[in-house]
Design a protein around this ligand. Structure first.
Ligand SMILES: [Zn+2]
Length: 284
């Protein structure tokens, strides 16, 4: 059981923060290994399958997984990675010191990734702009990421305007602003809103401190949770199919049953088989 750094507000205004996970099975590994792009939608799908309970909500439908805060989704991905494949992460980086530039392999624990929970979780936050206008907004969610990842990813300014338009619910006495109103808002006001959003949002640190084994100096490297999660699974599609093949071949289990197993269980059987085969070979 874990606790989200932010939490999910349902339609009746109740906060759901406690969660339980089911580990990834071969099915999710396959989904992750074979689906390209659309990573926000994929996160929604995986979380909906693997978060077995969120507060009183069980199972967790995609519409709920979608509306979780960005940091909550990152946090759940990390927890899922930890539960499914363990706490240690290995990454290969390049030392950024200009006179070094050596390849460095770093090792860190997911439990050490700093998480900053929301200090005052609320479905809607309010603030006052310099000219006294009151602004209310909600925090960005997976639904926003899904919506904005399509098409406009190359125009950062426009993407940000669209995000603010989606999240800001009121400026002064008027209701939700249009995209044009948001674009015409003074830059200082927009910055103030963005800054406030950052302050009230929970956050999962996405950098790690690494030490170069060559030059002995430390540096801070970015580490992208989506890339970690998807990257290491994408490379494993062939291995997954080989494992399924191996178990099906020796045990005559159906593909469906094998795919329902998690990685640990598959590998336990593969090890048992390897031992059994070794014994057989030893006897002859
Ligand atoms: Zn170095």
């Amino acid at each position: 059981m874990g606790l989200l750094p932010g939490g999910y507000w349902d339609a009746t205004g109740r906060l759901h923060r406690e969660f339980e996970l089911a580990v990834l099975t071969g099915r999710e590994e396959e989904l992750l290994a074979t689906t390209r792009g659309r990573s926000a939608a994929l996160v929604t799908e995986v979380l909906s399958r693997c978060v077995s309970r969120l507060g009183d909500i069980s199972p967790v439908p995609p519409a709920v997984a979608q509306r979780l805060l960005v940091a909550d989704r990152q946090y759940l991905l990390l927890a899922l990675r930890q539960a499914s494949f363990g706490d240690r992460v290995q990454a290969n980086l390049i030392c950024p010191w200009p006179d070094c530039g050596e390849r460095v392999s770093v090792d860190f624990s997911i439990v050490d990734v700093p998480v900053y929970p929301a200090e005052n979780p609320a479905p809607v936050h309010t603030m006052t702009l310099a000219q006294g206008q009151e602004v209310s907004f909600r925090l960005p969610t997976g639904a926003d990421q899904e919506e904005l990842s399509e098409g406009l990813a190359d125009n950062e300014a426009q993407t940000l305007t669209r995000l603010l338009t989606r999240c800001v619910q009121r400026i002064g006495p008027t209701g939700p602003p249009s995209e044009r109103q948001m674009a015409e808002l003074p830059a200082a006001d927009r910055l103030a809103i963005e800054e406030r959003m950052r302050q009230v949002a929970p956050r999962v640190e996405q950098t790690i401190e690494a030490k170069c084994a060559e030059c002995g100096r430390t540096f801070v490297a970015p580490f992208d949770i989506h890339r970690l999660f998807f990257g290491e699974l994408r490379t494993d599609a062939n291995l997954l199919y080989q494992e399924v093949h191996y178990l099906a071949y020796h045990y005559h289990w159906s593909e469906r049953d094998i795919m329902d197993m998690n990685r640990d269980r598959r590998r336990t059987y593969i090890e048992l088989l390897a031992d059994a085969i070794e014994v057989l070979n030893g006897d002859t």
